[in-house]
Write a new protein. Structure first.
Length: 264
């Protein structure tokens, strides 16, 4: 006899709770440019059935995460105010570290970013923009692939070999990347201690990444990497050694000036 499945506790093949994942889909549909959405908007953005969206909105509204107006539109709720303030405190790069990243951006002329791994993705947790008008653009909070780019390979290179192998397989399955090439790049980054790529994530854009070193036993739960990114025309062979040295010096300093509290 087939049992009824409680949709609030049903799980996906990966083991995640389906209702939580779907609720997050609804919340992610909102953005600074789209703070007010109709149910039809949410159905279109999430790809979920209308009845599912309406149930999720009702549940989220009960927790104050969204609000339903008399005009029928749904808006972000007041409960997110406290959550946002907490998240900002947890993920803010300490002032001394941000100042050091800005100094590296001024020294190299390129955008400096701090990344951590989040599952099979990498997330920007801090940034110091290039002083040039033609520059690499990412923002804190941006979620990028782990299948391409210097920061991706260095992050994978920081993982133990068995964990790295499993991650490479998952990333390849999700993105269609060649697992052999991805694994080789990750191992190369681990052995060399830095990595540079040209035009992998975006044509005409290059990146160079190094790990942030920590003494054994003092590393954060999720070790970060520091990346310098900019137009490929400025990442010449003559400049690469200087970029590596400057990035490594900055990374060593960040180990002393500190990282976002959520990493510890």
């Amino acid at each position: 006899m087939k049992r009824d499945v409680d949709p609030t506790t049903a799980t996906t093949e990966s083991g995640s709770v389906r209702a939580v994942s779907r609720a997050w889909q609804v919340l992610r549909a909102f953005s600074p440019e789209r703070m007010s959405l109709t149910p039809a908007d949410l159905v279109r953005e999430t790809g979920l059935p209308r009845t599912t969206v309406l149930r999720l909105v009702e549940t989220l509204a009960g927790e104050g995460l969204v609000e339903s107006g008399q005009d029928g539109r749904i808006r972000v709720g007041t409960s997110l105010i406290a959550f946002s303030a907490f998240a900002e405190t947890a993920w803010t790069v300490p002032p001394a570290s941000l100042a050091r990243m800005r100094a590296l951006a001024a020294e190299t002329g390129e955008t400096v970013s701090l990344y951590v791994r989040s599952g099979t993705r990498r997330v920007v947790v801090g940034q110091a923009p290039s002083p040039s008008t033609l520059r690499h653009v990412v923002e804190p909070g941006d979620v990028l692939t782990l299948s391409a780019g210097s920061a991706a390979y260095v992050l994978l290179g920081l993982e133990p070999p068995d964990v790295r192998e499993e991650l490479v397989a998952r990333i390849a399955e999700e993105t269609g990347a060649a697992p052999g090439e991805l694994g080789d790049a990750a191992r190369g980054a681990a052995e060399r201690g830095w990595w540079v790529t040209h035009g992998e994530r975006e044509p005409g854009n290059s990146g160079l990444a190094v790990p942030v070193p920590f003494p054994e036993g003092g590393a954060p739960a999720r070790p970060p990497v520091l990346a310098v990114g900019g137009p490929t025309v400025r990442f010449t062979e003559e400049k690469i050694p200087g970029f590596v040295a400057a990035a490594r010096a900055c990374a060593r300093d960040l180990a002393g000036t500190g990282l976002p509290p959520a990493l510890y």
